[in-house]
Unconditional design. Structure first.
Length: 635
């Protein structure tokens, strides 16, 4: 039996050091080091005895096996001596604690959180045991250790057959000293060592196993983000722990098929948001034959002529591209300029009248009542200092809905959204609870006065998945459909904004669809910058448009996509960032955000020149129009 089997079970490591201490404590600590050395040697003796007992047969093969057991004995006891001399004693002299904790011996001791390094067992789902025997989410370390473990598992299960086949080549175990490399954190040498052993036992020729191992390791570390999202949605890691432990145990099984199966189980478990329970919640609506509602945020460009001429130019532009849906929007304070006085003329009645008269292409309309927009509260001034669940606020919003219902053109509305990105403002639990009470009352009032209207509230994708999941769950439960804003953004090391790759969009969209728990969902804003400075380009922005439509097509044909409202027709104007809402302490961060907002358009604000994304937008709408639900469009 080779010393490699000892390596699989016997890892030795280092311990932390801290401050000096009095002599009596030092002597007591040193005594524990001596005891630890004795315990270590006893473990070596027991394991070497097992190795010697496995040396069956006769002749050269048995002599080689006994020699390797002797080598394991010598090197194991040498490691015990070195641990005491080089780790435990110095730790005591420097006033350290837990000096006898041996990271790598397979036992969780002292201040350790896990043992040995690289283990998934003992750590929360989504983390791995680091080189210091503390749970870590460092994917680089994790992926490398996971590869090592799978290779060790394969070698370990095939070693006996390799010996039985009469292999003559002697394995020089000093070259494969995984103990030292793993516990020192030198993973490059550790993997090189196990690779050489893998080549000897399994063979140097490329195999499907050698190609599969890195892919499986990548899949395992790729579970970390879905697990984080699942946890943010209310998932209990204790419920996931058994599956994570099974995955950890499979790494050394020698069966890559088993590893893949365990990964599949974890992926399936965290694919359903915890807030939905064990199923997708509310049954999905039946497939619809109605046209899919698609719109775009219609803002003017630098060259847009004010007044009716400019309005009709914009309407001609978007309807020519296939747009059939429009979202009106106004602050509550503007809809109620003084207590009890309501004005829907400029924000709803006048433009809706013109659109109904001249643009029969529009198949649906919605209204956003901005009680909140981002981190701004937009209630009438006399209500600003009252909590949302105050009787005065509740009564006044009832009156607003009553006045809206009395307006004849309100019958053309199919959707009302009560607030935009409300999660940005409602970070305080008390404020959030008050708003949930307000929203429940608002939904009931709208259903009473406008029974054909579907009601929702807009939450940012980040709020739904990370920042305010409890608020999102409470609001979604009250809504007829779930509405998001979505911009795939990442932060650089300095906090500046960058776009995320378009190949990550599908995962995001699928998770947002899952978070709706079977209800229809919509995007009140969805967009992507074309700025090179933010890691994008015009072609990448166009790819985002194509990707979004392709990824949403399945949900569209299922009848789950309420509407899609792209942001935006034009870049936002240069004065966009003059508002205090975009004022940030870091000029670099603020500049990157402004750059993002000024490059979101399907067309240029400065020149009105269409970007590649404009053509992609029109082509995607045309494809959906040619294959209405429940047909699934071909790519």
């Amino acid at each position: 039996m080779h010393r490699f089997l000892l390596v699989l079970a016997f890892f030795l490591g280092a311990c932390p050091a801290a401050q000096a201490r009095p002599a009596p404590k030092l002597r007591a600590c040193m005594a524990t080091c001596r005891t630890t050395k004795g315990d270590c040697r006893a473990r070596v003796n027991a394991r070497v005895a097992e190795l010697r007992a496995s040396c069956t047969g006769s002749g050269a093969q048995r002599r080689r096996c006994l020699l390797e057991a002797l080598t394991a004995n010598v090197e194991g006891k040498r490691d015990c001596k070195h641990f005491v001399r080089d780790v435990c004693v110095p730790c005591c002299k420097q006033g350290g604690t837990d000096c006898t904790a041996q990271c790598g011996n397979g036992a969780v001791e002292g201040g350790e959180e896990c043992d040995p390094p690289g283990a998934l067992n003992g750590c929360a789902a989504g983390t791995v045991c680091g080189p210091d025997c503390r749970c870590d989410s460092d994917t680089t370390f994790a992926e490398q250790v996971i590869r090592i473990q799978m290779k060790m598992g394969i070698v370990g299960t095939r070693l006996q057959a390799w010996l039985a086949a009469g292999r003559k080549r002697h394995v020089k175990f000093k070259r494969f000293d995984l103990v030292r490399y793993l516990t020192s954190g030198d993973l490059t040498k550790a993997e090189a060592s196990v690779d050489r052993l893998f080549d000897i036992i399994v063979g140097k020729t490329p195999s499907s196993e050698a190609a599969t191992i890195p892919a499986l390791a990548t899949r395992i570390v790729g579970l970390y983000y879905p697990i984080e999202r699942w946890t943010a949605s209310g998932g209990d890691l204790n419920k996931l722990a058994p599956l994570w432990a099974q995955l950890g145990g499979s790494l050394m099984s020698g069966s890559l098929t088993d590893v893949g199966t365990q990964i599949d189980k974890v992926e399936a478990f965290v694919a359903i948001p915890a807030l939905c329970g064990t199923t997708t919640g509310t049954p999905s609506p039946p497939p619809t034959t109605s046209p899919t509602l698609i719109g775009t945020l219609v803002a003017s460009s630098k060259n847009t002529v004010p007044g009716p001429v400019g309005f009709h130019h914009l309407m001609d532009l978007v309807t020519g591209a296939g747009v059939n849906f429009f979202l009106f929007g106004s602050h509550w304070a503007n809809l109620e300029p003084s207590p009890g006085t309501f004005d829907f003329g400029g924000s709803l009645v006048q433009p809706l009248t013109d659109m109904l008269a001249g643009y029969p292409q529009f198949a649906g309309f919605g209204l956003i009542i901005d009680v909140i927009n981002g981190n701004s509260r937009l209630t009438p001034a006399d209500l600003d200092n009252l909590p949302f669940d105050d009787p005065n606020v509740l009564g006044r919003f009832d009156a607003l809905i009553d006045a809206l219902a009395a307006e004849p053109l309100s019958g053309k509305l199919g959707y009302i959204l009560v607030g935009n990105e409300v999660d940005s403002l409602l970070t305080d639990p008390a404020d959030a609870a008050a708003f949930v009470t307000f929203y429940k009352r608002a939904v009931n009032r709208i259903h009473l006065k406008l029974p054909k209207v579907k009601v929702s509230v807009i939450v940012s994708s980040g709020g739904a998945t990370e920042r305010t999941p409890k608020l999102f769950a409470a609001l979604s439960a009250l809504s007829d459909f779930v509405t998001y804003t979505y911009y795939p953004i990442a932060g650089s090391a300095t906090g500046t904004w960058l776009v995320r790759p378009t190949n990550e969009v599908k995962s995001d969209v699928d998770w947002l669809a899952a978070l709706a728990c079977g209800k229809p969902f919509a995007f009140a804003e969805i967009g992507y910058s074309s700025s090179i400075g933010l890691g994008s380009s015009e072609s990448q922005q166009a790819d985002f448009v194509r990707t979004v439509f392709a990824d949403l097509d399945t949900y569209r044909q299922q009848g789950r996509l309420a509407f899609l409202y792209y942001a935006s027709l034009y870049d936002l104007p240069p004065d966009t960032c003059d508002f205090p809402v975009y004022t940030l302490p870091s000029n670099a961060v603020a500049a990157s955000i402004c750059n993002y907002l000024r490059t979101l358009g399907l067309r240029s604000w400065d020149t009105d020149v269409p970007r590649q994304a404009w053509d992609a937008f029109g082509e995607a709408i045309d494809r959906w129009t040619r294959c209405p639900p429940p047909a699934l469009c071909a790519p």
